[in-house]
Design a protein around this ligand. Sequence first.
Ligand SMILES: NC(=O)c1ccc[n+]([C@@H]2O[C@H](COP(=O)([O-])OP(=O)(O)OC[C@H]3O[C@@H](n4cnc5c(N)ncnc54)[C@H](O)[C@@H]3O)[C@@H](O)[C@H]2O)c1
Length: 375
Amino acid sequence: MERQWSVDATQAMSYAIRRTRGCLEPANPDLADVVGIDNRRSLIIVDSAVTHLYGDRIRGYFGNYSAPYTVLPIETGEVGKNADTVGRIVREFDKFGLSRRRDAVVAVGGGVLTDLVGFAASIYRRGVPYVRVPTTLLGMVDAAVGVKTGINFNGRKNRLGTYFPATHTLIDPDFLATLPARQIANGMAEIMKMALVKDQALFEVIHREWVSANSFAADATVSGPVIDAAITAILAELEPNLWEDDLQRLPDFGHTFSPAFELAATPMLFHGEAVAIDMAVSCLIAHHRALIDEESLTRILALMARIGLPLTHPCLNQDLLAAGLADSTRHRDGRQNIPLLTKIGTAIFAQDIRVEELVDAAHALHPLHVRLGRG
Ligand SMILES: NC(=O)c1ccc[n+]([C@@H]2O[C@H](COP(=O)([O-])OP(=O)(O)OC[C@H]3O[C@@H](n4cnc5c(N)ncnc54)[C@H](O)[C@@H]3O)[C@@H](O)[C@H]2O)c1
C-alpha cells in the first residue's frame, strides 16, 4: 500500500412522533404544523382506499391554506409493494418538480404505503424529507414508528430497503373508525408482540379491556393508552439500536419464520397474522423447553384467539419453516437470535432451535387453534 485515507463521521438521526385526534379537522393545527404547510408545496401520497374514504377531508384540510398541494392516490397491497410502484412514485416526484428540502412529501396510508413512500423518498436525490400519517393500527404502532423502509423483491419480504425515518409521524387513532375488524386484529398482533417481550402491564390491560375490534376502534379510553404504551415500548427498543448494529432485537419476536410464509400463504395472511402465527409457534417452543408455564401459554394463545388472530395456517410445512429459519439466520448474520419468552413481558434469545422442534410446535398448534375457536 502506498497510501490510505480514512473517513470517520457520525450521522445524527432525529425524528418526532406526535399523537393527536381528529387531524383532518380544520381546527386541528397538528398536520399543518408537522408538514409546515404555510411555507411549502405538498405532495400528498395517499393509499387509494384511504383516498376514497378521506380524500375530500384531506383536500378540505389542505385547501384551507394558501400553499399549493397535490393529492396522489396510489394502489397499494402487498403485491404492489415493489420496485414498479416505487418507480411510479419517483416519476411523480419528477412531475411535481420536488425540490430537495423545500417541498413536503406526505404519506397517508397503511404500512405498505408508508414503507413504499419512505423507500422512494430515501433514494430520490439521495433523500428528501417526508411526513407519515399512518391510517392502520399496524402503521400507528409499528410500521410508521421506526426508521425502516422497504419493498418486496425477488419473492422476498422487504428484501430492498433503507433506514430513513420520516421527519414527523402523526398518529391519529380516529382513522381506526373505518378500518375493517380483521385489520384491527392485524395491528393488535404487533401490539401483542411488544407486550409479550417487554411490557406485561400492557398485556394485562389488553387482557382486561379487549371486547372486540369495533369497540377498540370506538373507545378512545382503551385504544389511546394501548397505542401509547405500544409506541413507547417499541421506541425504547429501537432508539438505542436504530441501525440494527445489534442483531439481537426483541421487536423481531414473531418475525423469524413469518417472512417465509407471509407471501406464500393461501388463503392469504396479513402481515400481523403471519407474525401472530410465528409468535404462537415461538410460545409453544418456549413451553416445550419449560421456559414458560402452561398457564401463561394458555393465556397468551387464548387472548390472541379472542382478538381474532390465527394461531396456525394450513401452509405451515417443514420446508417453509426450514426456509424461514435459514433465511432469518442469514439475515441475523449467522446467528438465530430468536426471542423466546421466559414469562409474559420478558424474553431471551435462542440460538439452537431445530427444524423438528418447529414442526412439532406447528403441529401441536392445530388442535389448540381449533379448541380456541379459530379453526
Ligand atoms: N417499516 C417497518 O418497520 C414495518 C414494520 C411492520 C410492518 N411493516 C410493513 O407494513 C405492511 C403492513 O401494513 P398494514 O397492515 O398497515 O397493511 P396495508 O398498508 O396493506 O393496509 C391494510 C389495508 O387497510 C386499508 N386501509 C388503510 N387505512 C385504512 C382506513 N383508515 N380505513 C379503511 N381501510 C384502510 C388499505 O387500503 C389496505 O387495504 C407490511 O408490508 C409490512 O412489511 C413495516
